[in-house]
Design a protein around this ligand. Structure first.
Ligand code: ADP
Length: 357
């Protein structure tokens, strides 16, 4: 058995998550024969949140054992490199995947879910930013305990024609890069925006901010309105949107409107998250709706006082601490979102940005 033979044998193995072969997916990073003739292979995953590495290792080992009977069991190791559309190039944004989190109405836990996604993906090892585009009710600074971080610094850069361009430095907190209108206004200050101002602010937040190289940028959208989504859609090709809703019928009506809004502004929907699943609101409504709308269901966030308390205390990231009662379902949702992003790249590798509406 040679490294080339290992490569050719494994390139036909179907990845259980994507349903495509490792060869097609370009996931075989290296193959070698080690001491005692033990084959070793490295598989490169498209996201560190890939859910079941053990199963993939077993499939690879089984394929090699079937092809080379009597050979020692292969060592399988994993590395990862997030793949993405990297569609922000034209505005100078070096982010592999931009994921918007939206809802049909307020109060369903959209901002909480956006923050949970950011912390969860970071916990898997990805480089993550969290941008608060909910200009009417910015809650990301509070959720992340960054409300006293002060104003983001501005650093002057030299533009291509020698002109000086000030760029916003995101606030760094818990290994995340954060930006919110909440850092720029007083907590009790209401914001009255006209469309063009909103457009300008979002453009600055995306095109004139030093986000650096990120695997995922999570954007917390304002509820309902298509204004911000339209601007985003014009600026760059999003990896997609996550729609958050609660299980009751009245909330689902709004979620359906959100789905239609994303459709109109040409932002693909990655799926629906059901938040506040539990006794009071019931369970399963969002899952049924996802089925009816033919979009993926990304999981349930249980209704649990710890989420409210940690959010209010600015410690929302602690939902992922060992022993947290909601850790497992929340990790699962983050994995589902990351995998949905990775799957969409296989299915629709090119998605144009929306030019004019
Ligand atoms: P939205 O962004 O949709 O307006 P928020 O994320 O601000 O909603 O959440 C509204 C309130 O509900 C907050 O107090 C938050 O802590 C609480 N909350 C959100 N999700 C849950 C949950 N799963 N369990 C308990 N409380 C929650």
């Amino acid at each position: 058995m040679s490294p080339a033979e290992i490569q050719s044998c494994l390139s036909g193995v179907l990845d259980p998550e994507f349903g495509h072969s490792l060869g097609e997916l370009g996931m075989l990073k290296s193959a070698a024969i080690g001491d005692g003739g033990v084959p070793s292979i490295e598989i490169e995953l498209p996201t560190p949140a890939y859910p079941n590495r053990g199963r993939l290792a077993e499939l690879a080992q089984a394929a090699l054992s079937a092809k080379f009977p009597g050979s020692p069991l292969a060592n399988v190791s994993f590395s990862w490199r997030v793949r993405g559309k990297e569609s922000g190039g034209k505005i100078g944004l070096r982010v592999k995947n931009v994921i918007a989190v939206g809802s049909g109405k307020g109060g369903v836990g959209k901002s909480t879910t956006a923050a949970i996604l950011a912390y969860g993906l970071k916990n898997f090892g990805a480089r993550v930013g969290l941008m608060d585009a909910d200009v009417y009710g910015p809650s990301i600074p509070l959720l992340c305990g960054a409300q006293n971080a002060g104003q983001p610094a501005m650093v002057e850069h030299q533009g291509p024609d020698g002109q000086v361009i000030p760029r916003i430095q995101p606030i760094e907190k818990d290994g995340l890069k954060l930006l919110s209108i909440g850092f720029l206004i007083r907590e009790d200050q209401a914001v009255v925006w006209r469309g063009p101002m909103l457009h300008k602010l979002l453009t600055q937040f995306l095109a004139q901010t030093d986000w650096g190289d990120l695997d995922y940028l999570i954007i917390d959208l304002p509820p309902g309105t298509g204004d911000v989504s339209l601007t985003l859609s014009q600026l760059l090709g999003l990896a997609g949107a996550v729609v958050v809703c609660t299980p009751q019928k009245v909330a689902l009506i709004d979620a359906v409107k959100a789905l239609s809004m994303f459709d109109q502004v040409k932002i693909p929907v990655l799926g629906i998250v059901e938040n506040m699943t539990g006794d009071i609101f019931g369970r399963g409504g969002a899952k049924d709706q996802a089925g009816k709308s033919n979009i993926p269901f990304l999981g349930e966030v249980p209704i649990d006082a710890c989420i409210r308390v940690l959010g209010d205390d600015g410690r929302i990231g602690e939902v992922f601490n060992e022993g947290s009662p909601v850790r497992e379902p929340l990790l699962k949702i983050c994995q589902n979102v990351a995998m949905q992003v990775a799957k969409s790249l296989i299915e629709t590798p090119e998605l144009p940005t929306l030019e004019i509406l």
